[in-house]
Design a protein around this ligand. Sequence first.
Ligand code: GLU
Length: 319
Amino acid sequence: MEKETENKNNITALSANVERVFSEAYYIGRASTAKGVVASYIPELAKADPTAFGLFMLDNNGNSLCFGDFETRFSIQSICKVVILAAALKYRGFRGTFDHVMMEPSGDAFNSILKLDMRSNLPFNPMINAGAIQTVSLLADLLSFDELVSFARELCHDEGIVLDEAVYKSEFDSGDRNRAIVYLLKSKGVLMADPDKTVDLYFKMCSLSVTARSLASLGLVISNGGIDPVSGMRLIEAEHVRTVKSLMFTCGMYDFSGEFGVRVGVPAKSGVGGGLVCAAPGMGIGLYGPALDPFGNSIAAVKSMEHISEKLGLHVFDY
Ligand code: GLU
C-alpha cells in the first residue's frame, strides 16, 4: 500500500526518480540494440537503422519524457491489431466481435496457421495475424481505410499518421502467407468480407506510420480506461478497454507474452517494425527500436521496459 502511494506521488510530480529511471532505461535499451536484428521478411523494413532507439512517456497529468529517436516515423505493423480490435468492439460490439474470433493465447508464431487448421475454425485471438485478419473482415464492409486512419489518429493524437506507401507495397508484394491465412479463413466459411479486400485493408493498417510519441498517446488512452486525458473525451468504451488490455497482456508480445507479463506486467503490444506500446498504470509508454529479438519484439524496448517496471513498481499484479 505504501509503495503504491509512493509511486502515485512520484508519477504525479514526475519526480527526479521517475526521470532518472527513464533515463537509465533509455541507455539500457540503446546499449542492447546491437544484440538484435532488423526484420527483413518485409524487405522495406530491412532499411531501418538497427541502432535507432526512442522512448516517450506520457502520464495522465500531462507530464512527458522523451529520449532519442522518439520522433522517427516507422510502420506500426502488428500494433495496428490494437486499433483494429478497438474499432471492431466499437462498431460490432463484444458479441459481434467474439462470435468470430477467440480470446485464447495461441503459443504459436504470429503468422502461424497450424492450430487454426488443426484445432479450430476461428482464429485464437485478435493479436495474431489470423485473428487480426478475421477481425478486419468484420470492418471491411463497414468502414473505409480513411475512417480507420482517422480512428488511429484520434487514439494516437497524431495527425501525421499516414500510409507509408513503400512499406505497403513491400507488404503487398511479400504478403503471401497472409493471403494464405485469409483464404484459409474463407475456405472454413468464417471470413466476413471479401478476402482480397480484407487482406488489403490489413496490409494498409500494418503500413501506417507512427512514432514512439504516438504510441505513448495510444498507451495512455488505454491505460486511462479509454478516455483521452487531454480532451477528456471517451475514445473507447470502458468495457471494451478492459478487453483490449486483457488481450494485450495475454497475447500482445508474440511467444514472449507470458514472460513479458511476468517480468514487466503491463498490457503491451509490439510490432516487427520495432514499435512497442505499453499501457502502464497512470502512463502510456511508446518505444521504437527496430533491432528485434528472436521473438520479433524490439530488444531495446523490452530491456527498457523491464527496467522501468521494476524500478517504478508498475507491474499490474503488485497489489
Ligand atoms: N505486417 C506484418 C505481417 O503481417 C505484421 C507482423 C507483426 O508486426 O507482427 O506479417
